[in-house]
Every structure is written in C-alpha cells, then in structure tokens.
Design a protein around this ligand. Structure first.
Ligand code: B1M
Length: 212
C-alpha cells in the first residue's frame, strides 16, 4: 500500500497519531504538501462524509476521523501557507441567536474544513450582525447558520436581512441547516441554500464558495 493510501486508510479509521506520522513521512520522502492534501487527506474525509450521509457510520466515527484530518492538515498548513496555497474559500459558521446547541455546528465546521475550505467558527448564540461582520472581516464568501430550536430558527431570517442591509446579497451567500430547518424555510426567508446534514453542508459550502 502506498503512503497516500495508508494516510487515507488511517484517517478513515480515525488514527490521528498514525496519520500525522505518515504525513510527516510523506513530506520527508519529498511528496508535495498539496498532493498529500488532495490525494491523501481530502478524499478520505470525503468518503467518511458520504458514509455518514448514508448512515453507514455515525457522529463518533466522524468526529474521530475529523480529528485525524486535523492532525494531518496541521502538519501541512505551514508548508502550504509558505507556498502561498490559500484555502479555496472561506466560510463563517455559527449557531443562531438564542440557540446554544453546537454539536451539529461543530460537525459541519469539521466537514467544511475537511473539504478544504477555511472555517471561521464564531460559536453559539450569535447575533445576526455578528455573522455579517465576521464575513466582512475575514473576506468570507459564505455564511453558515445552524439552528436546532423552532423558537429561535426565525433569527436565521435576520441574518439574511443583515446581509442584505450591508449590500452584500449575492456576494456573501447564506446557507442554513439544523434539525428543524427545511428547504421550504430556506426558500421562504430567501437564504441561498439548505443542507440536511454536515456532509451535504460541506458540498453546499463548496458550491456557494464557487469551488469546483
Ligand atoms: Co436541546 N433540544 N435543548 N439540548 N437537544 C433538542 C434540539 C430537542 C429537539 C429535544 C426535544 O425536545 N426532543 C428540542 C428542540 C425542540 C424544537 O424546538 N423543535 C430541544 C430543546 C427544547 C432544548 C432546550 C430548550 C431544553 C430546555 O432547557 N428546556 C434547551 C435550549 C437551550 C438553548 O439552546 N437556548 C436545550 C439544551 C440542550 C443541551 C444544552 C442540554 C444540549 C446541547 C449540548 C450542545 O449542543 N453542546 C441539548 C441536546 C444535546 C439536544 C439533542 C438531544 C441533541 C442535539 C444534537 O446535538 N444532535 C436534541 C434532540 C435530538 O436531536 N435528538 C435537542 C446531534 C447533531 C449531530 O445533530 O445538531 O441536528 P444536529 O446536526 C445535524 C443536522 O441538523 C445538520 O448536520 C448535523 C449532522 O449531519 N446541521 C446542519 C446542523 N446544523 C447545520 C448547518 C448547516 C447544514 C447542516 O448549514 C449551515
């Protein structure tokens, strides 16, 4: 099995230490950091996302795979940065105002990062305006809003409106998700996209960021 295949295998099993060691070994052997990312880490994380979507694996497996992804990408990050290879898109992600749930949001952050985009996680109970400010500050093209409560999911509309008030409609896309959220609600509030799970969320973030 090639080093790249070993990286993928170990990432899918969530073996963070082994992934880190293999990534380092590949670098020492002269493999380009971008190749390790694109052929070792990203496809494996993508496979985990697909399995999660198909209910073949569950939240714990995704979390440990994401931890292994992080261990590998942290070794690559300084090398990629030095080579001027920027993440392909930036996404601000937070849980809507009034809502303290963060497990789904964190999962989404990991999957989006796993898809090769930069994530700016602005936490829970986030004021609508703060989403917009974070997007402007970080020059992010996508805002992701998570909601778990029917009582406060209405604050998602305020995020769409805050983007509009800043004249950023079309430039900064808003995607929404979370257990009570639906495509119909997305259409109703004029958000740019809805994803039912974190894996689809990562795909949608890439699409909205104009990546691939
Ligand atoms: Co809360 N809670 N909770 N809770 N809680 C729910 C959501 C609830 C359905 C339980 C129930 O009554 N059956 C209910 C909401 C009812 C409703 O409004 N429809 C509820 C309630 C009522 C409450 C409180 C009001 C309870 C109280 O105090 N009386 C309170 C509210 C606090 C607040 O937020 N202001 C509360 C508190 C809590 C805890 C703090 C105890 C804890 C949160 C811990 C934490 O997040 N750190 C908690 C938990 C754990 C839950 C349940 C049990 C699990 C939620 C979860 O993490 N699921 C939940 C019941 C349930 O779902 N079975 C419940 C796992 C997670 C991976 O799924 O977040 O759906 P989820 O994310 C999915 C998708 O939705 C999607 O991707 C993920 C996976 O692929 N997704 C996105 C999520 N965000 C996305 C964004 C995207 C795209 C996809 O794009 C931007």
């Amino acid at each position: 099995m090639s080093v790249m295949e070993q990286i993928s295998e170990n990432l899918m099993k969530g073996k963070a230490k082994d992934v880190a060691a293999l990534v380092q070994q590949a670098i020492d052997d002269g493999v380009e950091a971008e190749k390790i990312l694109n052929e070792g880490l990203l496809p494996a994380m993508n496979t985990v996302g697909v399995r999660f979507k198909n209910n073949e694996v569950y939240v714990p497996e995704v979390l440990i795979a994401a931890r292994a992804m992080k261990a590998g990408s942290e070794i690559l990050r300084p090398i990629l940065a030095a080579a001027g290879i920027e993440p392909k898109g930036k996404v601000v992600i937070g849980t809507v105002k009034g809502d303290l749930h963060d497990i789904g949001k964190n999962l989404l952050c990991m999957m989006v990062e796993g898809a090769g985009l930069k994530v700016i996680d602005i936490g829970i109970d986030v004021e609508p305006q703060k989403f917009v400010e974070a997007a402007k500050e970080n020059e992010a093209g996508v805002i992701g809003v998570s909601a778990l409560l029917t009582t406060t999911m209405t604050n998602m509309k305020a995020v769409v409106e805050a983007v509009k008030a800043e004249g950023l409609t079309g430039k900064v896309k808003v995607m929404i998700g979370g257990a009570p959220v639906t495509q119909a609600y997305c259409d109703e509030i004029g958000a740019d996209g809805y994803a039912p799970d974190a894996a689809s969320g990562a795909e949608l973030a890439k699409k909205l960021a104009g990546v691939e």
